[in-house]
Design a protein around this ligand. Structure first.
Ligand code: NAD
Length: 501
């Protein structure tokens, strides 16, 4: 019997395509450390074939689709994703490692973008001005771009692609997705659901791979726009390269999110929030809280409360219903994150809880485990504060005043998410105005905007002008046109009842 792990290829032209000639990478089950699949790393030639197939599908079908057809396919797709929510969540757990509840939540947030995109007939409306001059009317249209690409990170293998493609496809584009090579299966399953929903072949494509595949997309003459989500160095590379090739680009980068706790805050609520937002999904969220800025005497009161809550956290395999936090995505990433504890000590900070001491759950000794870590007395400039760690490591910085707290947050190059905890409305209002961050929570630790608002950070957390989903996405995935028209007053008769058919 052949026990080799399955080899994943691509989804091109409405069907699975294997790519045996390409190099393959390993996909792990992070809870056991076992290699469960191999995934193809597309060569530039395969990317070219995928984009050309998408372009043909766009030209021959989707470009001419009616708004009614598009929203019907989206409604059908939404029903299918809802029906397969649990299956998709289990796939995510098996390759990413997060716990099942969390994976189900990410699929749900993706479904909400599909639901928003179902309203495309309303969202893509233009404006009309009658009689701009004698007998002349003027109106605006928003038209699709053609083939657009999405390049996505490992940490939300369903939700982040679903920030992009529902609206790109709803706007009438063909979409080529290059998912993370660490957890590619959810995207391939989603491709099958699109086909079942009635999307014409070639309008949704998945090419698996790494840097070569990404660079081929960034340079391809038939790719009109690129949406990227990932780390800041790669976001910068994607933005620079794709704009050089004349493309429209939105490239969302890394993050270092702070939770500022003022002395009048409800510290029980703040401790719950710090632990949920710091260790949920093992800290592998772009909106995770990685630093608590404790103002005045807050540190002395808050750190013991956080420590108490950490002691009760259950770390275990994602499918174990008792587990609240799973393993990290790969061994290499776990080791890199764990290395920050030594760096913190060298820089003069104090490790309060050391997650390296956790013992692996029975039967999962080779999994990529790291328990929750808490570091106190962190100061600006230390590497644990300056760098994105992307793991279950929460730092505490103690400052004397509100102004010093604002400075700590605003001095970093990242500006994705932040939160303030206070019972003073005036202080919260001042914070929302003065903080240089794109998404702000007031007594809410992970302020991820709903599908109908745009998601995106400031500074090195986003390169480009538009954020993802919300009406920003309709703008990003369409081009504007303004028509000025004059007609003579002659019309034929047509007495039938008007319908869409
Ligand atoms: P990553 O930057 O390593 O990879 C992202 C994508 O880029 C993947 O598809 C990967 O294959 C590709 N890639 C990697 N290196 C490349 C290179 N040198 N050239 C071209 N393409 C390359 O990110 P990751 O480790 O998968 O995800 C974690 C990062 O994503 C964190 O930094 C996190 O903050 C960020 N993130 C940001 C947001 C946001 O909304 N701003 C959301 C989720 C994740």
């Amino acid at each position: 019997m052949n026990t080799d792990p399955p080899r994943l290829g691509h989804w091109i032209g409405g069907k699975p395509v294997s790519d045996d000639a390409a190099p393959h990478g390993e996909v792990f089950d992070p809870a056991t450390g076992a290699v469960t699949k191999h995934v193809a790393f597309a060569r530039a030639g395969t990317v070219d074939e995928a984009v050309r197939t998408a372009r043909e599908a766009w030209t021959s079908t989707w470009r001419r689709s009616t708004l009614t057809q598009r929203s019907r396919v989206l409604f059908a797709f939404r029903e299918l994703v809802v029906a397969h929510r649990d299956e998709l969540a289990r796939l995510i757990v098996s390759e990413h490692g997060k716990v099942l509840d969390d994976a189900t939540g990410e699929v749900q947030r993706g479904i909400e973008v599909v639901e928003f995109a179902c309203g495309i007939p309303h969202l893509q409306k233009g404006a009309f001005s009658e009689q701009v001059s004698t007998g002349i009317d003027s109106y605006s249209l928003r038209q699709p771009l053609g083939v657009v690409a999405g390049i996505t990170p490992f940490n939300f293998p369903a939700m982040v692609p679903m920030w992009m493609f529902p609206l790109a496809i709803a706007c009438g584009n063909a979409f080529v997705l290059k998912p993370s090579e660490k957890d590619p299966s959810a995207s391939l399953r989603i491709a099958e659901l699109w086909a079942e929903a009635g999307l014409p072949d070639g309008v949704f494509t998945v090419v698996n791979g790494g840097r070569e595949a990404v660079d081929a997309l960034l340079a391809h003459p038939d790719v009109a726009a690129v949406s990227f989500v990932g780390s800041t160095p790669v976001a910068r590379h994607v933005f620079t390269t794709a704009t050089e090739h004349g493309k429209r680009v939105q490239a969302l980068g890394g993050a270092k999110n702070h939770m500022v706790v003022l002395p009048d805050a409800d510290l029980g609520l703040a401790a719950d929030a710090a632990v949920s937002a710091g260790y949920g999904s093992a800290g592998e969220r772009c909106m995770a809280i990685s630093a608590v800025v404790a103002v005045g005497d807050v540190g002395d009161r808050l750190v013991p409360l956080i420590e108490e809550r950490i002691a009760g956290l259950q770390v275990g395999p994602g499918l174990d219903p008792r587990a609240e936090m799973g393993p990290l995505v790969t061994r290499e990433h776990r080791d890199r994150v764990a290395g920050y504890l030594d760096i913190a000590v060298e820089d003069g900070a104090r490790v309060v809880v050391d997650g390296r001491t956790m013992s692996a759950p029975a039967g999962h000794e080779d999994g990529f485990w790291l328990g929750p870590c808490l570091i106190d007395d962190v100061r600006p400039g230390m590497r644990v504060h300056a760098e994105e760690i992307f793991g279950p490591v929460l730092s505490v910085l103690r400052v004397d005043s509100y102004d010093a707290a604002i400075e700590v947050v605003n001095d970093l190059p990242y500006g994705n998410g932040t939160a303030v905890f206070t019972s003073d409305g005036g202080a919260a209002r001042r914070f929302q105005s003065e903080i240089e961050v794109g998404m702000v929570g007031i007594n809410v630790p992970i302020p991820v905007p709903m599908a109908y608002y745009p998601f995106g950070g400031w500074k090195d957390s986003l390169f480009g002008d538009t954020h993802v989903h919300g009406t920003d996405a309709v703008h990003f995935y369409t081009r504007g046109k303004v028509v000025t028209s004059r007609w003579s007053d002659r019309a034929g008769l047509r007495l039938q009842f008007p319908t869409n058919e």
